[in-house]
Structure formats: structure tokens, C-alpha cells
Ligand binder design. Sequence first.
Ligand SMILES: [Zn+2]
Length: 470
Amino acid sequence: MFGQRLRHIRRARGLTLTELGERVGRAPSALSLLENGRREPKLSLIEALASALSVSPDELVRRQPPSRRAQLEVAFAEAQRDPVLADLGLPALRVGAKVPTDVLEHLVALQDELRRQRLKPTATPEEARAANAELRVMMSARGNYFADIEAAAADALAPVGYTGGALSQGMLLAVVNHHGFSVRYVQDLPRSARSVTDLRNRRIYLRQESLGMHTPRAVLLQTLGHFVLGHSVPADFGEFLRQRVEANYFAAAVLVPEEAAASFLRSAKQARDLAVEDLRDVFSVSYEMAAHRFTNLATHHLGVPCHFVKNDEGGIIYKAYENDGVVFPADPTGAIEGQRMCRSWSGRQVFAAADPFSPYFQYSDTPSGTYLCTALVDPGRERGFAVTLGVRYEDSRWFRGRDTTVRMKSFCPAPECCQRPPAALATRWEGMAWPSARAHSHILLALPSGSFPGVDETDVFEFLDRHAAS
Ligand SMILES: [Zn+2]
């Protein structure tokens, strides 16, 4: 009951576990244990929580309200203090004995609906893109290194006896079990979800998948990451994105552990033979995850700033990160996803390479400097995506592929580089072509519609119904 009341009041105040944790000096994961009824609070913590939530300690520890009437009065009083509804400027109403219970039922239902509507993430495409751009600036500023998540991943690995190299399936399951979860592989997972967690029975359901960033191992750890890091239901699209980045980071940090990976990379740097594909092979992860993990560790451990891009054959960018000054194409809101990259960049050139599935190396001269870029097509189920890892020219001496003789010039974003057709070609065809555009549904669909953007809740609940009994 205490946990339920705590969660109820915390959410009514619009606070995340992290925010409440900061007010009482506790880790969000510790509060999560309290809310889930897995820990009993000490009296001093009850008092601190009550004060942080502006309620009396009695209100927190109280048992079930004695009657529906009492329950409604509590709910009404809480809603009147709710910051989510405060800016409505409604006059305060004291509910005395004369207010009929049916009127109170009606008012509380209105408050609930109003709060639900106001808390529903309603990011427009512009807001979603802005949230994404903000997140990217934050990641770039810290060299894409999150010390607290590295520590959480190291803690998760400590009890299972990991000593180096790829994480075995047995160790992986031990990590998950250590946190009180079991794993089930199923065929009928809702299409809109990568995993579904049954919090009542502490089960994580996964679909058997084999390729790309979202291997079953990665999805399992991304799911676990939300619980280890104390995430609660995201209040807005920005929080949803941040949680996703953190959970993905956690998964990569468990599969490619910091200490082992950093020591491997330091040796490779000494040998002047740094290569993402070696990181991929030593830790048995996808190329995309290896490249992404490289960006986490390169600046912090090797002093090498870098950039990462994932794009399709048409040059459309799906993910991008940099702290080496490379300039990605961006729309006026600063969004990079969905933009088309320069034709001269390695992520596009690799598709024309003799073997696009092996690393392709080139030097790229751009307005912000010269970079050594390594690109590779990571085969997906439907089509391949190119994954590029680039570094500044002065850092190329540490990398495999530095002896490449391929050198491309890029003047983008100057329109005459490649965004406009060459003049002779344009003269021949301007006004004489009518292409029918292929919609980039993937990008459009990435927009939010609900607490977990794009996830069909009905599917998820029906799925859990089917499986919870088994
Ligand atoms: Zn260009």
C-alpha cells in the first residue's frame, strides 16, 4: 500500500523518480524498489518523502481509504494541489459534508481526465525534432560518455563473473535474473514493440531476431536498462528519447564492457591499428553497436573525437553523432534525421564499393576539415544501412585504413556541391521530369502518439493476457 500511495502522489505531483530522488537524496532505483513494494522504507525516509511531496507522513503510510467518499475527498484534495492542473487558476474548493458524493464523483472524474490529457505526450513533429536536436547537443558536449551508466553496467556485470571478451548467453541471463526478471522468447509479440515486460510476474518477452542493432541480446539488455536506471513512464517525448538513449547505452555498456573494451582499444591505438570491426568481433556485437560503442569510449579513453552516421542507400540520415566538428546537413530546427548527406561522403560512396560489406576507407575534405572515414554496409532484413565512423585527419594515424588513396572533396552545404544537379544536366531536363516520390514512412512513423510512441497498447495488453497465465 505504501508503494502504491507513494507512486500515486508522486505522479500526481508530476515528478519522475529521478526528480523525487534528487529531493530526498536517493537513487531513482531505490525509490522504484519502494514503489514496487520490494523494500520497506525507514521512518526518516518516509518523513523526507512526505516533505518533498508536501503531504503529511500519515498520508503516505495510510492504509486504503475507509470509504469511497473518503477516497474521493483525498483524490479531490490531491488534484487541487496538482501542479499539472494549477495553471487552470480554478478557485479553491473546500469539500465539506454538504457536497453530495455524486457531485464529487463527477469532479474527480473531470480532474482525472484533464490530468490525463495534459500529461499525454503531444509532441508535434517540430517539437520531436527539437527534442532530438537538444539531446544530440548534450551528448556531444560530454563526448557521448555517461559515467553513471558505465557504473550501472559494471555493477550489473560484477556478480556474474565476467572477465573479458563477449558476454555469453549464460552470463546474460544471470545478469537479468540477478535483477529478478525471467526471459521468454515468443512468436506473437505485438508488432509495435521490441519487447514487453510483465511487471506483475517480472517476465521479459522477446521476439527471436537476429540482425542489426536490435539483436535479442541487445533488446533484452535495453529493456532491463529501463529498470536498472529507474525509468518511469515518460512524461513527454523528450524524456522518452532520453530514456531510449540511456537504455541503449546501458545495453552496449554491458555487451561491450568499459574496462575490457577500453584496454583493448588502447592497445590497438598503440599498435596504430584501431578498427571498429575488431571491436565488433571481440565482443560479438553488430557493427552498428560496435561503432556506436566506439563513440562512447573514444574521446574519454583515447582522446579521439569522432563522428558516427547511419544512412540508407539514398543518403537519408537515420542517426548521427559528432564531437569532431564535422557538419551534418540539418533543417532549420537543427534536425539531422531525414536529411540527405553529401554524395561525396563515405556513407554514400560505400554503396558503390566493390565489397560494401567490408570496411571502405576514404579521406573526405570538407569545409570543416579533412576526415578519415570508415564506412560499411550493415545488412538489414529489408535493406542495408551504411554505418560510418569518422575521425579528424590528425587522428587518422591511429586507425586502420589510413593508407587509403581515396580522397573525396565535399563542399556541402554549398548547393553547387551536390544538392543541385550539374548545370548541363539541368539544362537538358529541367521541366521535363516528373518523378513520383517514395515516402520515407520510417521517418514519418517515428513520431510520437502516446506514452510509448508508436506502440499499440491494446496489442500489448492482449498479448500479456495471453501469456501471463502460462
Ligand atoms: Zn555535397
